[in-house]
Each structure stands twice: as structure tokens, then as C-alpha cells.
Design a protein around this ligand. Sequence first.
Ligand SMILES: [Zn+2]
Length: 410
Amino acid sequence: MLEKRSSVELYRLKKLIEELESKEGRGTELISLYIPPGRPIADVMSHLREEYGTAANIKSKSTRKNVQDAIESIMQRLKLFKTVPQNGLAIFCGAIPRGPPGTEKIEIYVIEPPEPISTYYYRCDSRFYLEPIKEMLTEKEFYGLIVMDRSSATFAILKGRRVEILETITSGVPGKHDAGGQSARRFQRLIELAAHDFYKRVAEHAEKHFLNVNLKGIIIGGPGPTKNEFYTGNYLHYQLQSKVISVEDLGYTEEPGVYELIEKSREVLKDVELLREKNLVQNFLELLAKSMNYVTYGEKEVRDKLEKGIVKLLLISSDIEKYRVKFKCQSCGFEKEVTQEGKLVIVRENCEKCGGIMYEEEVKSLVEEFIELAEKTKAQVEIISTETNEGKILLKSFGGIVAILRYSSE
Ligand SMILES: [Zn+2]
């Protein structure tokens, strides 16, 4: 069963990948390890011990030490797992420089990926190897495809950029040249009956292939009027029928038709992705106009409502470039949180209680702070891009943070 991933999950993974992409080792000393599900931990451990031994031959003393330290860290982490999780594990580990030579610190990132890892992979390089996990990000939506005419129907699933052809069935509906000596009207009647039977079969196969898959939409295509007859005749299971987003005219059938259909529907697919975001923001704007007490917006107000646990749905822009910094006083332990534009802490105030020095305890993106607040109170979260006008309005007019409340705040 293909599961739909939430916008929060995708956002977090995207951010983490961006961060990992920016890291570079001083030498060839950053380790990327992809472990597919089902691989025994003991096998991975013995492979890592081998790599540890091989690393002893590295000429540069600091690189050798950093590689061996990284391998050790990974092994320490793996000890915490009895078995590899259901989608496998992706581990990135290495010595990341903080400043001049000697300031490197071992960092380790252990990710349970959103989709199963297919191949075991170990690489030691000056950068992390992120392609396999980036590929998972692009494969976020699944679409069902039906390409049909009077003689055949082909079923396929589009997974991001990959397409999986499932099956082609043939109709046995006679063509015009088979008419023989029968009267034209009688023959026409037979063709229609056969076509009706074929449409029913197409619907049955669609049900078999698509009903238990979490599809974002279904696209039907083919040459001639057949696909339209099939669509307007409501042959599909009602749950599938309601997912049809487009019916396209094609020159080909079967596999070539599937590829033609994908090409033709690129624009449609992009629009569907964004349509959801548009609708979420529009829904907020309508509520704002109609019943103001059920919505709120702006960083301070939404945080307040989240803390009170009365937010039902949080919409937050993925393009907010702000950070939440938690300061703690070294002397008296007093804590304070502030929002700032960049990631680096520039202003360090003195403690307002005792005058002591405040140190930053934690820096996180404002988006992440709000996601965590929402998760604590079981508020639904949707991350909104700025690719639509609505997304731009959300960011520019509302600071990128709005909420729909569980009940009136007045
Ligand atoms: Zn203090």
C-alpha cells in the first residue's frame, strides 16, 4: 500500500537535506550509509569493522582519525537498533569543520526514510551522498493512468517521475470490417453491447489496481470518443470516478499512449498539487471574512492560540526565513525566547533578572517551532509554498502564519 506523506514530513526532510548538502569535510572523510530493510544489523556491523580496518591505510593522520571516529559513531548508533526499520536507515556521519583545522566535530544524522531504501550503499567522500534520499522527495504523489480505445485498455501508476505499467487488457469488440452480412442496425447494437461489457471490465481492472492505492488523482486518455463514453458513463467505482482530474485526447494506445498521456498531463499534475494549497488558503480567507473569531494570524497570536490548544489547522509558509532562539542565563537559569531574521545570534543581551550573561541554548527555524507546537496539541499542520498567489498572500499579508481555531476565541 502506498502511503501519502504529509506536507510536514516532506518539509522536514527537505530542510534536513539542504543542511546536509551544505556540509563539507576537510578531507575525504564524510560517510554516507544506506541500509535497506531486512539487512541484519550484524552484517552491517561486520562490514563497518572491515571499513575501519581499511581506513588504517589512509595516509593523512587527521583524515584517518576522522574516518575511524565516524565509523565508530555509526556503530555506536546501530547498537540501539535490534533490526533495521521497515524503510531501512540512511546514516550520514563525519567530522564537520567549525573553523580552522582542528575545530572539526563528529556529527551524525540517522534518518528513517519515507520510502524503502532499495540498495545497500557505503561511501566515504568530502561531501554526503544524498541522491537516493533526494529521489524520494520527488516521488511524493501517485496518479492512476488509464489509456483506452475500443480495442484495448492499459493501466499504469505514475510515481513522481517514474511510471509503472501494470497491465493491458483487450476488448474483443468487433471492428466495422467484421460486419459481414448482418444488417447495419443489428450490428451496431452488438457493438454497443460489447463496448458496454468492455467498459465494465475496464472498471473492474481499475478497481483491482487503484482502489487500495492512495492516489492523488486519475487521468484517462486515448484516441477517439471511447474514453469520454467510459468517463461520462460512470463505469468506474464511485471513489475512483471522483478522483478523475482530466480526460485527454491521445494519438496512441497501450504503452506509447501512457507516455503520451504523462506528457500531456504535466501541467494538469502541477496544478493539482498547487490547487490543494490554494484551497487551504482560500478557505482561511473566507473564514476570515465571515467569522473572524474562528481564525487568527501572525506569529504572536497564532503561538498564543497554539499554546492554549485551540488551533484546529495551522497553515504555515515554507518560505519564512526567521529563527527562534532560546537564551538561558548562565547565572540564574532565567530563559527567554526571541525571533530573529537570520540563523546567527548577533545580539546577546544581559539577563533581565540578574544582569548575568545569556547564552543561546537552542536555535531552530520558526517553521519548525510552530510545527512542534502544533504537534503537541494535535493541531493539523499544512506547509504552504509560495508558488501560488494564495501562498504569496499568506506570506506577505499574514507573516506566513495563520490558524483556523477549534472554536470561537471570543
Ligand atoms: Zn540571570
